[in-house]
Ligand binder design. Sequence first.
Ligand SMILES: [Zn+2]
Length: 490
Amino acid sequence: MTEQKIMVKPFEALADARFQKPWEKIMIGLECHVQLNTDSKLFCSCPAGKETEEPNTACCEVCLGMPGSKPALNKKALDYALKVALALNCNINEKFFFSRKTYFYPDMSKNFQITQYEIPVGENGFIELQGGKKIRIRRIHLEEDPAALIHESGLLSSNYCLVDYNRSGIPLIEVVTEPDMASPQEAREFLDQLTMFLSYLDVFDFENGTLKADCNLSVVGNERAEIKNVTGKKSVEKALEFEAKRQLELVKQGKQIVRETRGFDEKTLSTKSLRKKESEEDYGYITDTDLAAVVLSKKEIDAIRKSLPELHSDKAKRLAKEFGLSDYDAKVIAGSRFLSELFEEFAKSSSAKTANFFVSGIFVSIAHHDNKEPEELSSMLDVSQLKELLSLFEKGKINEKALKEAAIAHITKSKNPLDFIRENGLFKEASSGEIEKIVERALAANPKAVADLKTGNEKSLNFLVGLAMRESKGKAEPREIKRIIEEKIK
Ligand SMILES: [Zn+2]
């Protein structure tokens, strides 16, 4: 077998005339490690994702690397990797094999990690960002996760650390991009797009799975630094922001940037040097002869391609057309499979407008407020109880404020939203007649605002609505107040 070597392309090769002021331009490439949500590990039948259980109870001779043990590839993990590679526009290699990467740390007890080196599952794909820029994907390959090292705090912390092998052998895919991102924000957008694909393909557990990235950053024309093992999208963005500033400052001072591996400190949001960067050759990859080479037929690859679900861009177009949503709302909802399914479920019993208001307005803002992906809140929802809540809102029995408060109580405290409305007296009491009187009083007391409003001043409308809202103690709907004001000043 001829072993084609994938050499790391120097960033300098890409530092060309596209840039007016090269010393100001940064280039970012990511190596994203995504945990696949299979039931068992990559090469044995131990349960995957049992990190919360008693340490070292979900492991066997294979994932501990005992002499004589034989790994066997998990077919589901392979299918998941193929799905991701196809969805990200990669070419699929019909033949590939696994390699051993020399790895001398206690979190890999067999002293090598099984991964793919020469030929990955997929190559040469891309993800398109919102503005149309394509971020090229160099390769997607399968590999096993190492064990977890636990540094206990306490007197002896510097003398020992514990190892939990429950994690060892959990399937990961590594998605390696070209250094095509020009800012930390673009890197964040890339990861947002990537997680959308993972959500639609249903290959990632948003509540318990981990997404880590090794982030390569360089100022064009200079050496690059790699920030290892950054967990989560927000931290990736923060780590890159710090690193970009650090490197740009060094370049401005005429200092040299050292090629090295750095670590990210979540507390100080800064990066620090760990070691001089090793090269891929240093790992001494050898073919893993315990595992059979994978040979895929065109038919098998086509079957996976056909099994791909409707992905987010197609879904956004369909939702906009089918439910009359704005392009923006359709994109927000289609931004996750979970959100879009929730929307379509609510739209069965409520109008699309109400379902959209609840999902893209209220629910998404609750998730963002808690710094969570919408998927992470999925287990907190009782859809039938929420449907009843939306029906009350649609019938005009509760206002927007009550809807939002009941939703928050439901999602964050598992409270039945109807009980919450009842217990807190949130059913609308003010009748239309009362609201009308409140509006009349507000208009009579503020002739200047009324005059401004007649000249089309939107600010004075908001001012008057605010006054009437306060007067009604939040029981009236802003929309209804607006309607009455507009009627009165005609
Ligand atoms: Zn095992």
